[in-house]
Design a protein around this ligand. Structure first.
Ligand SMILES: Nc1ncnc2c1ncn2[C@@H]1O[C@H](COP(=O)(O)OP(=O)(O)O)[C@@H](O)[C@H]1O
Ligand SMILES: [Mg+2]
Length: 209
């Protein structure tokens, strides 16, 4: 099964959520996971190499790749058996290399925030994605939500996004998230993450694996 984590907006939490989902699926669900890091910053691949140097056992493989190599890579991964392929996408839409990636997705996870710029990017991403893969399931995750802020746009944003997919419970803005790596998700944020991922797993993954 191919899961892509995307949004045109940089800083939405794509790379962080990819890592946390990889950790969740391997640790809590014992799935065989491969992460394809297509972000320019290759932050996941760097964390993976760092963990390797520290001689941690590698719970899953991380492959740094660019969009052009994707079609070949997918064939190899599919031939290698039943597993979950997680793809951390770059924050862009103006690249034809995204077409085969969007087409291959069984599920799309889209982190977003309730500010105006993020909303426009999220809608644009969703429209383009739907054009290329009309039936794909989209699961939106509100991320970096501040406890003391009232988001005026929340009701409207939720209503618009609901036309494309479903919206999960929110992930708060907490500094601990920045300590997530390929070995573990910080314990302090685990309850929130497990709640979000358990629901996605039950609704969209379990029948696909
Ligand atoms: N819920 C959160 N709370 C606090 N910081 C977060 C949260 N989610 C992501 N971050 C931080 O925000 C920054 C951008 O996140 P990242 O996952 O790299 O976004 P993207 O891949 O979409 O560009 C990173 O420094 C990350 O650690
Ligand atoms: Mg990223």
């Amino acid at each position: 099964m191919v899961i892509i984590i995307g949004n045109q907006k940089g800083g939405a939490g794509k790379s962080t959520l990819t890592l946390m989902l990889a950790n969740y699926l391997t640790q809590a669900k014992k799935c065989a996971v491969t992460v394809i890091d297509m972000d320019y910053q290759q932050s996941i691949a760097q964390k993976f190499e760092k963990a390797k140097l520290l001689e941690n056992a590698e719970p899953y493989e991380v492959i740094a790749a660019n969009l052009e190599n994707y079609p070949d890579m997918l064939e190899i991964l599919k031939a290698s058996g039943d597993q979950v392929v997680l793809i951390d996408l770059p924050g862009k839409l103006d690249d034809d290399g995204l077409i085969p990636v969007f087409k291959s997705a069984d599920l799309v996870i889209c982190p977003f925030a309730y500010d105006e710029f993020s909303f426009d990017s999220t809608i644009l991403f969703s429209v383009v994605l739907r054009k290329i893969n009309p039936d794909v399931t989209i699961s939106y995750i509100p991320n970096r939500i501040k406890a003391n802020v009232k988001y005026d746009t929340q009701v409207e944003v939720d209503e618009q996004l609901s036309k494309f997919g479903n919206i999960s419970s929110a992930i708060p803005d907490r500094i601990d998230f920045q300590r997530t790596n390929t070995v573990q998700t910080p314990l302090s944020v685990l309850p929130v993450i497990i709640r979000v991922f358990d629901k996605i797993y039950k609704d969209h993954l379990i029948n696909n694996l």
